[in-house]
Design a protein around this ligand. Structure first.
Ligand code: 5GP
Ligand code: MN
Length: 320
């Protein structure tokens, strides 16, 4: 489906539930905040409801204070807008509020998206869901104001790794140039998101780097974040984001893997990053997860040593 179909779908309804995935990052939060601005400007009613709280460092975006954890009473939505989520499992507890006959509008850029909605707009070539919301503003001919410009910029900046990843296109830069013209300050955005780390989180990074291992051929690098390390450093869960990039940054490494004991009970959260030789969306898919060809993740049952063994075996297989 195209942006036009989604525009028509949004026009048809007046009360929306907006949500995104568990453990939301910049794109999930930014695209929800921007969508909220759009719906407000269109005179629609909505509630934003997420499984997990908004990370502290993303709360500067206007509208994030309206993202609730509980469904308000007496709110009967006509359609649900699910953003940046490849499947329904990814929205966690919000599933409890989705009925069998709910109209779902699925807006996402994950290649692994399973088209779970009545309306499915999936653009794997887009850098971010934020870029898709930008297209919606244009389709509705709604002027982009400062609040939504900030939210869209945050979504795009974080999902492109500050315009470094392979999903960065000339369109990405044209859009962000427009957002800068509206008033977004790139340095301020970068500083707010990437220069507010704590000493605890930085100590955790130090611990995690000590665990880094690399295969004999130098193509797979992996590292751990254990519960013990989190306890010792008193770091936040948010502080574990970005650690995986140190694996991929090594010359010759094709796949980086981060194993985190931060999943739900008895599960290890596994993240993958690739330089392009291996489609890590497929690799994560083998363990029930998904994502993008160059960045993906899954959650695997078992102890960290066992999960490491299984995952590395599969990764080596894919490389050979
Ligand atoms: P991260 O490793 O930063 O958590 O996630 C990288 C990418 O993989 C994101 O696009 C995210 O949506 C996807 N991803 C991470 N964990 C999971 C998971 O458990 N299931 C699925 N389907 N995708 C995941
Ligand atoms: Mn995204």
């Amino acid at each position: 489906m195209s942006v036009r179909t989604i525009k028509q779908a949004i026009k048809r309804f007046n009360k929306f539930l907006i949500t995104s995935h568990i453990n939301p990052e910049g794109d999930a939060i930014g695209s929800q905040a921007a969508m909220a601005c759009l719906l407000r400007k269109l005179g629609k009613k909505f509630v934003m409801l997420d499984d997990s709280p908004v990370p502290k460092l993303l709360r500067f975006m206007r509208g994030t204070e309206d993202i609730s954890k509980e469904m308000p009473h007496n709110f009967n939505y006509q359609a649900v807008i699910i953003m940046d989520s490849p499947d329904l499992a990814r929205i966690g507890r919000v599933n409890d509020y989705i009925k069998k006959d709910s109209v779902i509008i699925n807006i996402d850029h994950h290649i692994s998206n399973v088209n779970f909605g009545k309306y499915n707009w999936v653009e794997p070539d887009y850098s971010s869901t934020g870029e898709m919301v930008y297209d919606l503003f244009k389709a509705f001919k709604v002027k982009i104001g400062m609040d939504e410009a900030v939210a869209l910029y945050a979504a795009i900046m974080t999902d492109t790794g500050s315009f470094r990843y392979s999903n960065t296109s000339s369109k990405t830069h044209r859009i962000t140039a427009e957002l800068i013209d509206i008033g977004v300050k790139p340095y301020e955005m970068h500083s707010r998101i990437y220069e507010t780390s704590s000493i605890q989180d930085t100590n955790l990074l130090g611990e995690a780097l000590q665990t880094m291992k690399i295969t004999d051929d130098g193509k797979i690098a992996w590292l751990w974040v254990t519960k013990e390390m989190l306890k010792k450093t008193n770091a936040s869960l948010e502080g574990t984001e970005g650690i995986i990039n140190f694996g991929r940054s090594i010359g010759g490494v094709e796949i980086a893997v981060l194993f985190r004991e931060t999943g739900t009970k008895d599960r290890v959260k596994v993240s993958f990053r690739s330089k392009g030789a291996v489609d890590v969306n497929k690799l994560a898919g083998d363990f029930g997860g998904g994502g993008h060809p160059a960045a993906s993740g899954c959650s695997v049952l078992g102890k960290i040593e066992e999960v490491e063994k299984k995952v590395l075996e599969k990764a080596k297989e894919m490389l050979s």
